[in-house]
Structure formats: C-alpha cells, structure tokens
Design a binder for this molecule. Structure first.
Ligand SMILES: [Cu+2]
Length: 123
C-alpha cells in the first residue's frame, strides 16, 4: 500500500527541484534535498529558473532572508519566501529541529505536480 506522503500526486509532473520531481506516495521516497546537522548554520540558495512566481515553504525550521538578485529583501525570519520569476535568493538558518521537513511550493497545483521535496536535520 502507498506510504503516507508529503502531498500526494496528480499522476504527472511539470516541476522539479534540483532536476528531481516529487513522485508523491511512493514506497521508496526520493533522497532529501539537503542533509543538515543539528545545531549547525546553513545558507540555502533558492534559484527559480522559471517564468512563474513560487511561494517556497519550509516546514519545521525558520530562515532569514539574506539577499536576492532582483530586489532588496526585508530582514524577516520566516518559513516562506516568494520567489519571483528568474529570482535567486539566499537565506540562512540554524538547523535546530531534527527530522525530515517538507520543502515545497505553496501553489497547490505546483506542489502536487512535482515542486516538492524535503530536507533532513540529523541529530
Ligand atoms: Cu510554484
């Protein structure tokens, strides 16, 4: 039987993260997008190579908006970043919560057609 998945699937994909589309409820989940160690600090680079805006959401952790190639960013600590078309953004975080944390576009049609993954924080 299918395992509980992050977001399910509509059975087809249009989007990917790091060239990998989330396949939904599969018995062999894909690898995490990032492996982080508990208590360490990281900078993540979000690069949107599409002509669409994507509100990218991370579960379980908060990050600080650092910089963008398109605009100045408010110094917010948040769990969601609106990536504009062709925008590259860097954010920083402290991996202070162990687990597998969903990382996905919050446009549900994008999320369910591939624009989903997860990161892992190991204890
Ligand atoms: Cu999207």
């Amino acid at each position: 039987a299918p395992q509980p998945g992050i977001c399910g699937s509509l059975g087809y994909t249009f989007w990917s993260i790091n060239r990998v589309a989330w396949e939904g409820d599969t018995p062999n989940p894909i690898e995490p997008l990032a492996l982080m160690r508990l208590g360490k600090s990281y900078i993540l680079r979000f690069r949107n190579e599409t002509p669409n805006a994507h509100p990218i959401h991370l579960h379980g952790l908060s990050f600080k908006l650092l910089r963008s190639n398109k605009r100045s960013l408010p110094p917010l600590v948040t769990d969601t970043a609106l990536l504009l078309a062709e925008e590259t953004m860097e954010v920083s975080l402290v991996a202070d919560n162990p687990g597998n944390w969903a990382f996905h576009c919050h446009v549900i049609e994008h999320q369910k057609t591939g624009l989903t993954g997860y990161v892992r924080v190991d204890a």
